[in-house]
Design a protein around this ligand. Structure first.
Ligand SMILES: [Zn+2]
Length: 251
């Protein structure tokens, strides 16, 4: 059974949340999912869902594209819940030019995660180096970190791996253009990678363009097994173990 370490069931893209929750609850190939918050509203909704559905865990945080007038103090209360396993997704995104604001939110949220002894889930859109600079210059995540949907770069990978940080593979690795991701997938250590769908976004091949859902995690596992000359079962077992090591509250 697989763990989808990053998805958004209460995304505005899905207008039938109940249907997608049931699909996961009834799918015997899925052990659990982490339903990731993007702002305070979606974080609260995520907690409600995970309190009602044992396969669901939550992550709470403010995504860099949604930082406007969000009260970060609320995160202390939200994260103080047995179903909340991480702070995220937080990070930097270069499609908006409010970089200084984004950095302030990221730094503050890493500090909160450290105070709460929680790992963080990083969103980095063409900003790996800038996120790493924040780790080096301001504050390092003390209780673990994963770069979700990792944008491949061997130098960044080296830094992350040497600090015991994780990377996560999503649908992108199944694309024909994913040469660099495949290079990264070949060399990342067994104990430092996760899998995710990021559903309802970025569907894997052969379903590109369709609404993504957690059952599609199988395409990502298959690709990793092929690239790492491993078996489906082994990739599933390794990534389960890794997810439970990073997100300790899942145990
Ligand atoms: Zn996401």
């Amino acid at each position: 059974m697989a763990i989808d370490s990053h998805m958004h069931i209460n995304s505005i893209v899905l207008n039938d949340e109940k249907k997608y929750i049931d699909l996961i609850n009834n799918n015997s190939a899925i052990e659990s999912v982490i339903n990731v918050g993007l702002d305070l509203k979606s974080s609260k909704e995520s907690i409600n869902i995970s309190e009602l559905n044992p396969k669901f865990y939550s992550s709470v945080g403010i995504h860099p594209l949604y930082i406007e007038s969000q009260n970060l103090e609320v995160l202390y209360d939200l994260a103080d819940n047995p179903r909340v396993v991480a702070l995220g997704e937080i990070g930097l995104d270069n499609t908006k030019n409010n970089f200084n604001e984004q950095k302030k939110y990221l730094i503050k949220q890493i500090i909160i995660a450290n105070e709460l002894h929680l790992p963080i889930i990083i969103h980095s859109n063409n900003c790996n180096k800038q996120v790493i600079d924040i780790f080096k210059g301001y504050v390092k995540p003390k209780y673990g970190c994963v770069f979700h949907c990792f944008q491949p770069d061997l130098e960044d990978l080296k830094y992350l791996v040497s600090n015991g940080y994780y990377i996560s593979f999503a649908g992108r690795i199944t694309y024909k253009t994913a040469k660099k991701s495949i290079e990264v997938a070949k060399i990342v250590p067994n104990d430092l990678f996760l899998i995710e769908t990021d559903s309802p976004y970025i569907s894997p091949e052969p379903l590109r363009g369709e609404t993504n859902e957690t059952s599609n995690i199988k395409y990502i596992i298959n690709k990793l097994a092929e690239v790492r000359q491993s078996s489906y079962k082994e990739v599933e077992e390794i990534t389960n173990k890794n997810a439970k090591r990073l997100f300790r509250k899942m145990n």
